[in-house]
Design a protein around this ligand. Structure first.
Ligand code: HEM
Length: 557
């Protein structure tokens, strides 16, 4: 059966724009009348009663201004029509066609903004956007409130390739995201910079991730053992693995970065718990700011300021401490790789180093927690998959596994890939055009023509939806089936770590860390059972997380 076109999807966006511009003069008159406020009402009343009640001067002025207001609005409309015309001529020259616009009637993107806020609140944003994208050929355009521009949303691998790889120079991390992240990450972090500044940050951070020293499973192992020790093993006590994974990743990343762990799974001081807690709150707030736009930034948020101040102080303390040790010329934990040590060698100021450290926390903590939580949710309802991983673990023997061995575990790596496919922690991402450019797909009635993109336009690409496309991953795309990776060959259709020059620099670190954690938990527990009847809802923040956590009970091996 042919799908019915949605009434709220405009396949003729240009006509809609023209209708909007034609309405501008009327809008101006309305605006003019409404700015007269109560006076206008009195004026209209007085016309019907025959008197102006002493307000003649003001009303006179308004009447004189009326032609200018109409003329002004007319000129604005003409200007917009002209640039619209120029835009369409250029687009046509390049063989571009418009992409469908959603929703159909939406002056300045207000409806879209309100709908987005509602869908986020109801935690159905990804599902609803998937339906929409499937219907309109995987690309659509919507208005952006309040600046009146547009944003292109796409789940088309060819568009992703153009944005992240082949046309990299045409696209920046959007200003909106930078403004949203600034209070916490600062202006020098790898996530809040573009161009030369970003290249500089990446050049400082990247070497730390290719050094042999970080390949130290013992560091992760130490913290996993603490996690295992905290888990009740009577098979009936229910606990939330997601909360424990969040502590674990905080501990491992802080250990890797500062050479001292926050030790949330051990004997953490009050401050470390506060750090974990404030970090969660701050992330939730900046996700909201970056998504809902300039409106959320009009007002200062004193809570966010409190969180940001505390987080920056907490991290700076380690920087000051380590600098003091270095100045005292003491050898500090000889042989142990400490990321902060390497950063200090860059000669950057404390403020810049603090920005970098917080960005690594942001990049590595909740992403890893998200994948592990979802993975163990799947394992808790799929004992067959857990058994297949255990069989592979048994082949390793009794020795502690090396990083190389972990990377070589074929089935375990399929399982991780499958978890990253179905719920990539960075489920959606955005870039902004820094010059007029185009996307190769999404335009015209069949969605196969290129789409012209004006400078300043945002493009949101959605790995979560792309990873579930049945034309790419098969009819069972929604199913957790690790075996699909045996012969599946994909490139940019699969994008959990991004691609191109801004690809995730912690990818190998994350994969091996997650492999080791999974291995240790499956060695420690014979059964891991799901203990939650509620549907598994994914909450969209900066990263995905499980709304109700991962509630399970376990028995010892
Ligand atoms: C499962 C875990 C992880 C996933 C799914 C993931 C995913 C991503 C994605 C999608 C990006 C691109 C963001 C963008 O440009 O908008 C990214 C960037 C980045 N990731 Fe990861 N990441 C993970 C773990 C980590 C870890 C553990 C670290 C470090 C300890 C890390 C460090 C970074 C950094 C520094 C960037 C910025 C790269 C740049 O802009 O040049 N990531 N990651």
């Amino acid at each position: 059966m042919q799908p019915q076109p949605r009434a709220d999807l405009d396949k003729a966006p240009r006509a809609a724009q023209l209708r909007f511009y034609a309405g501008l003069p009327f809008f101006a008159v309305l605006l003019y009348l409404s700015t007269g406020g109560i006076n206008n009402r009195i004026f209209l009343l007085s016309l019907s009663t025959g008197g102006t009640d002493g307000r003649g001067a003001i009303l006179d002025l308004q009447l004189h201004l009326l032609p200018f207001a109409v003329l002004g609005a007319g000129l604005v409309a003409l200007y917009l029509l002209r640039s619209d015309h120029v835009y369409h001529v250029r687009a046509a020259e390049l063989g571009c066609e418009p992409a469908p616009r959603y929703p159909r009637r939406d002056v300045l993107g207000i409806r879209f903004l309100l709908e987005t806020a509602r869908l986020l609140k109801e935690n159905v944003m990804l599902q609803k956007r998937r339906e929409l994208l499937e219907e309109c050929g995987f690309t659509f355009v919507h208005g952006v409130f309040p600046d009146g521009g547009v944003c292109v949303t796409t789940a088309e691998p060819e568009n992703v390739r153009a944005v992240l790889c082949t046309g990299f120079a045409d696209w920046d991390v959007p200003r909106l995201r930078i403004r949203g992240f600034l209070p916490v990450l600062g202006r020098h972090s790898i996530f809040t910079t573009n161009g030369a500044e970003w290249q500089h940050s990446r050049a400082i951070l990247r070497p730390a991730f290719v050094r042999d020293q970080i390949s130290d499973p013992a560091c992760v192992d130490r913290h996993v053992r603490k996690l295992i020790a905290r888990i009740p093993t009577d098979g009936t006590t229910v606990f939330d693995l997601q909360a424990l994974f969040s502590m674990l990743t905080t501990d491992t990343i802080s250990d890797f970065m500062f050479g001292q762990s926050t030790d949330l799974l051990g004997n953490a001081p009050e401050d470390s718990h506060k750090f974990g807690n404030y970090f969660d709150q701050a992330m939730a707030k900046i996700a909201w700011r970056a998504r809902l736009g300039w409106l959320t930034m009009l007002r200062r948020d004193p809570e966010l300021d409190t969180y940001a101040t505390f987080l920056r102080k907490f991290v700076t303390r380690y920087v000051t401490e380590l600098r003091a040790r270095e100045e005292g010329n003491k050898e500090w934990e000889v042989g142990k790789y400490v990321f902060l040590n390497e950063l200090l060698k860059s000669g950057e100021s404390d403020e810049v180093i603090c920005d970098h450290l917080l960005s690594i926390f942001t990049a590595g903590r909740d992403t890893t927690t998200s994948v592990l939580s979802y993975l163990f949710f799947e394992l808790s309802r799929r004992p067959d998959i857990a058994a297949a991983i255990r069989a592979e673990i048994a082949e390793l023997g009794a020795e502690d596994p090396t990083w190389e061995q972990l990377r070589g575990m074929k089935y375990l790596n399929w399982v991780l890939k499958e978890a990253l496919r179905l719920n990539p922690p960075v489920a959606t991402n955005t870039r902004e055009a820094v010059r007029d450019t185009m996307l190769p797909r999404g335009g015209g009635p069949d969605g196969k023509s290129p789409v012209f993109v004006k400078k300043g336009t945002s493009v949101r690409y959605v790995p979560w939806i792309m990873h579930r496309r049945t034309d790419i991953f098969g009819e069972d795309a929604d199913k957790f089936r690790p075996e699909r990776w045996e012969d599946l060959r994909v490139t940019l259709e699969y994008l959990p770590f991004n691609a191109g020059p801004r690809i995730c620099i912690g990818q190998q670190f994350a994969l091996t860390q997650m492999a080791l954690i999974t291995l240790r938990l499956l060695q420690a527990f014979k059964t891991i059972e799901r203990r939650d009847d509620r549907p598994p809802i994914q909450k969209l923040g900066i990263n995905l997380s499980m709304l109700y956590g991962c509630q399970v009970s376990v028995t010892p091996a």
